[in-house]
Each structure stands twice: as structure tokens, then as C-alpha cells.
Write a protein that binds this ligand. Structure first.
Ligand SMILES: Nc1ccn([C@@H]2O[C@H](COP(=O)(O)OP(=O)(O)OP(=O)(O)O)[C@@H](O)[C@H]2O)c(=O)n1
Ligand SMILES: C[C@](O)(CO)[C@H](O)COP(=O)(O)O
Length: 223
């Protein structure tokens, strides 16, 4: 079955701050986005990769690829106003309705080969698959009166990417109008009434969101 991956890197990185877009930040000598693409390419060289980047960053990306001798084949789509709009732009580069498509955050370079394989494998029958991890701390919910209460953490999971779907289903989902509750792809698919199947993610698969996460990233790289 044909496999696609949309790697979204069209955000502003406000929480990371700094002048270099976070997907281009160097972690142990290599830009984060290259590490992310390599994680998928080393698993499956036949997967078609689509990178979504803000238009104004695309020439910088081209230069970085030349500078690092980066030859993982990929197409480039333009970033949108929100993650939803960026995914939608990436989907436009996928012809027809056959196959499976994953959506992955460009700033999650530590996804494991096992998680990638399992997400795509389960999507063949489930059509909508999301990797999640357990919550390892106690969770409190804030109450309207200003107080708070502990909630059962076993009722919750933390959501990662890649989220993998049947192409036909994801295209149908992204034809809906945007609402701010669409914070990931599963929420867009669920709005159609389609169930989402959960598989175990890997704890290292952090989203590089703040400067602290960069320190974690440096520590996670073995080479
Ligand atoms: N308009 C947007 C917004 C986000 N993303 C991507 O979605 C992923 C997850 O988003 P997040 O980590 O929240 O990135 P930013 O939106 O860039 O971060 P911030 O909210 O701090 O600005 C990132 O790879 C980001 O580039 C995107 O492609 N297009
Ligand atoms: C898609 C996502 O990575 C799942 O955890 C996450 O929702 C993206 O982060 P954002 O801050 O909502 O853009």
C-alpha cells in the first residue's frame, strides 16, 4: 500500500523564541528537521515525504540541505495560518484517495522505528491511528471556583505523532471548516464521527517546544 508522510514545520515557534526557526535549530550539529526526516527515511525508503514550511523559510531550507549534503527525497508545501491549514496544504500534494498518510510534527525527531511501523501497520485496518503514552505524574483539574481536584491519571493519555490515516478519510476530514479545537489530526477525523485507535508511543518522542526541550534533545542523541 502506498505510504505518505506530511511533516509539519510551518509554525512560528513562539514558545521556543530566538531568531532561528526551531525546526532549523542544530542539535549535535544537525538541524532538527533533518533528524526527523531521517527517522522515517531509515524505516521506509519508499514512503513519500512532504515537508510543510513557511514560504519565507523555503530558500533557507534549500541552503541548509546543500550545506549538510542532505539527500532524503521530499516535496515542499507552504505553511498555513494554523497547524490545521498547514496539514491541509500538505494534503494537496497527495494525488487521489488511495494509501495511508501519516502526519508528524517536524520537531519530533525522536520517534522510534517501532512506533512508525506500528502506526502504519494498524492504520491498514483501523484507518485512524494515534500513538500515546501514559501520564507519569499526578494530574489536577482546575475548578471554576478557583480550587482544584486530583483526577484519575489512568483515564488520560498524552498524544504524540505520527498520526496515521487512510488518505480518503483524512482528505474528507480536512474538508471540514476549521475550529480551534482541532489541535491535532485525530481531533479533525473524530469530528467526522470516525473512531481513533490508540497505540503505544515512545517516551523519547518529545515535541521540541521550549528551550528546555533542546537540552533534552542534546542528551537524547547518542552519536
Ligand atoms: N501554522 C502552523 C503551526 C504549527 N505547525 C507545526 O505543528 C507542529 C506542532 O506545533 P508547535 O510545536 O506548537 O509549533 P509552533 O506552533 O511553531 O509553536 P508555538 O505555538 O510555540 O509558536 C510544529 O512542527 C509546527 O511547525 C505548522 O506546521 N503550521
Ligand atoms: C499534534 C500534537 O503534537 C499532539 O500532541 C500537538 O497537539 C501539537 O501541539 P500544539 O501546541 O497544539 O500545536
Amino acid at each position: 500500500m502506498k505510504k505518505y508522510l506530511i511533516v509539519v514545520a510551518g509554525g512560528k515557534g513562539v514558545r521556543m523564541g530566538g531568531s532561528v526557526p526551531k525546526q532549523f535549530l542544530s542539535v549535535k550539529g544537525k538541524p532538527v528537521l533533518m533528524r526527523t526526516l531521517e527517522a522515517f527515511y531509515s524505516c521506509n525508503k519508499g514512503m513519500e515525504l512532504i515537508v510543510v514550511l513557511p514560504e519565507e523559510q523555503q530558500s533557507c531550507w534549500k541552503h541548509l540541505c546543500a550545506e549538510h549534503g542532505f539527500h532524503v527525497p521530499h516535496k515542499v508545501a507552504s505553511g498555513g495560518e494554523t497547524r490545521f491549514h498547514s496539514v491541509k496544504n500538505g494534503l494537496e500534494l497527495i494525488p487521489g484517495e488511495e494509501g495511508l498518510v501519516g502526519v508528524h510534527d517536524g520537531v519530533r525527531p525522536f520517534v522510534s522505528a517501532e512506533v512508525i511501523a506500528e502506526c502504519y501497520r494498524q492504520a491498514e485496518s483501523r484507518e485512524a491511528v494515534v500513538p500515546v503514552i501514559d501520564v507519569v505524574e499526578t494530574v489536577r483539574r482546575l475548578l471554576p471556583d478557583g480550587g482544584s481536584e486530583t483526577v484519575p491519571r489512568s483515564d488520560y493519555r498524552l498524544v504524540q505523532t505520527p498520526q496515521v490515516f487512510a488518505v480518503k478519510l483524512l482528505k474528507q476530514a480536512y474538508a471540514q471548516d476549521y475550529v480551534p479545537q482541532f489541535t491535532d489530526d485525530a481531533s479533525v477525523v473524530e469530528a467526522l464521527g470516525h473512531p481513533v485507535y490508540l497505540v503505544p508511543g515512545n517516551r523519547e518522542n518529545i515535541k521540541l517546544t521550549t528551550p528546555f526541550d533542546l537540552k533534552m534533545a542534546e542528551a537524547l542523541i547518542k552519536d
